[in-house]
Design a protein around this ligand. Sequence first.
Ligand code: GRF
Length: 224
Amino acid sequence: MTSAPSASGRKRTAILVSGRGSNMTALLSAAADPAFPAEIVAVIANVPDAPALDKARAAGIEAVAVNHRGQGGRQAFEEKLDAELRARNVELICLAGFMRILTPWFVERWHDRLLNIHPALLPAFKGLDTHARALAEGCRLHGATVHFVRAEMDAGPIIAQGAVAVLDDDTPATLGARVLEIEHRIYPQALALVAAGAFEIDGMRVHLTSGADAAQPPLIAPKG
Ligand code: GRF
């Protein structure tokens, strides 16, 4: 299957998911506006029964599974994933709760065109269980980060961050719920910036170019 590049000038974007897909839903909602600079052309899950697939279909988006099992290994899985993306002329990829580590081969093929959201203020708390770890460390602020993906896990130039205050009676669940609200705000903002080309990457720093300042996400978001 092949698709022509977007005639609208909107960046053809795929979302990769593994689970419930609440960030995916936030991206789909933002991109439902024809003025949004990215168009979501496909949702791909590595888990065939990921709830996100049905949600995407209900929103009228093509949703397919590329099962990471039974492909003959990590390289074969990524080659298949890459083929699905290229067949749809995808220009940008958003990882949204995609629970597979991608190899340097894949990451380099999509250099500066592959975004991820992580539920912590990177570079703190890479990896899993970020909310419990932020509480255990006594953090007063916690949040989420959208970044370009590099070969090292949860590392790469930061596009957007949003923070919440940690409350005395927070549990990982209550804190995580407020961080998730922040995620749903900053991921569409970050994708819009990237799709509009309103940035330059300088090492680990992402500079917003002229005209993009108004779209810069808040460093500290209002308490959730
Ligand atoms: C989010 O917390 C995201 O930051 C992390 O995985 C979770 C996915 O949640 N990478 P959802 O599937 O988007 O609801």
